[in-house]
Ligand binder design. Structure first.
Ligand code: KG4
Ligand code: ZN
Length: 339
């Protein structure tokens, strides 16, 4: 299966997904993810439980990824692993395993920056997404991150805007919780929103001049509106659920769209890529796609390469492999790894 292509094993364990992928050339031949369900009942990721679950999953997920790829561990040319940013206990499990494995099979180790990997996921050969040309802007929106990155080259990127409080996915999840949707409520809120009127309720808009995002004012505004309108009508949420979902979704997507367009105008870049779990949002996709009629080029990868996954880590590792950039055994996991 590996042939003459460089074959990279990617390992990602920065948060609550244990993922292992095999990249052959620029093609992904396996991308396996063990998603930790345990956090659902706590309404958010519990770091201690996450690292324990990574320990249980890492070997089975590696075996599964190799089996699907039809490869033996000795067919691998290098091991790429997320070094940070992320949860310390989670990162340590993946990176320690990667270091030990690299030593055991006598192959190079490559350390990967999780956020850069989200951006470089766009270079995975994928029939549904055309590789972007440089420079482009990447909007990364998930439960843990909200950033706009100006990507000048695979090894030259700059964060030009990021959230000063909650991440976009967190905003979706917290708003969903207020209207009785279980964590993580983003996908269900999106589904219900399809049936609702997005203009029924208006919420406060952030007033931030630069390219940074803020969702805390919106969150408070949603909370107060629901509280006030529920005072005389205890069934207010039940009676207005789909309209609340549609209005909340519109408000969050408006914030994201305003900033990506502002960034595009300031940088004079009309190529936009998106990554992160929130890129599944139907309204966000529609609004981004609609930009294509205005001369924009929009890149949306397969959903499995948008959420946290090892395919993107292997792809980022391939860039370093080609540049001969390897990591030493001395490196440590870094929860706040710099760009
Ligand atoms: O990238 P991801 O799988 O994990 C990390 O957060 O790292 O993103 C998960 C986030 C959650 O907050 C989830 O509610 C949100 O992405 N999400 C959505 C949708 N699908 C996932 N938010 C809005 N609409 C969706 N369709
Ligand atoms: Zn991520």
């Amino acid at each position: 299966m590996s042939g003459k292509h460089t074959t990279i094993l990617g390992i990602e364990s920065s948060c609550d997904d244990t993922s292992v992928a095999v990249l052959c050339g620029s093609k992904i031949v396996s991308n396996c993810v063990a998603t930790q369900k345990i956090h659902q009942k706590y309404g958010g990721v519990v770091p201690e439980l996450a690292s324990r679950a990574h320990q249980e999953s890492i070997i089975p997920v590696i075996s599964e990824a190799l089996e699907i790829a039809g490869l033996d561990i000795h067919d691998i040319d290098a091991i790429a692993c997320t070094r940070g940013p992320g949860l310390m206990g989670s990162l340590v499990v993946g990176l320690s395993f990667a270091k030990a494995l690299a030593l055991a099979i006598k192959k190079p180790l490559i350390d990967v920056h999780h956020m850069k990997a989200h951006v470089l996921a766009h270079f995975i050969e994928d029939e549904t997404n055309q590789t972007p040309s440089f420079p482009f802007l990447c909007l990364t929106v998930s439960g843990g991150h909200t950033q706009i990155v100006e990507v000048k080259a695979s090894d030259n990127m700059e964060v030009i805007g990021s959230t000063i409080d909650d991440a976009a996915g967190e905003a979706f999840d917290k708003a969903a919780k207020m209207i009785g949707i279980d964590y993580p409520g983003g996908p269900e809120l999106d589904k219900l929103a399809e049936e609702g009127n997005p203009d029924k309720f208006a919420f406060a808009k952030p007033n931030i001049k630069n390219l940074d995002f803020s969702f805390s004012g919106l969150k408070t505004s949603i909370l107060y509106k629901i509280r006030d309108l529920s005072k005389n009508n205890p069934d207010f949420i039940k009676m207005n659920k789909v309209d609340l979902c549609a209005s909340i979704r519109k408000s969050i997507v408006d914030i994201l769209m305003a900033k990506i367009i502002k960034a595009s105008l300031e940088k004079n870049i009309k190529r936009i890529a998106i990554a992160g779990g929130v890129s599944a949002n139907k309204e966000l996709r529609r609004r981004l796609k609609a930009l294509e009629s205005e001369g924009y080029k929009v890149h949306i990868p397969k959903f499995e390469y948008c959420t946290d996954n090892a395919a993107m880590v292997a792809m980022a590792g391939k860039f370093d492999f080609d540049n001969g950039k390897f990591a030493s055994q001395e490196i440590a996991a870094d929860p706040r790894l710099k760009w």
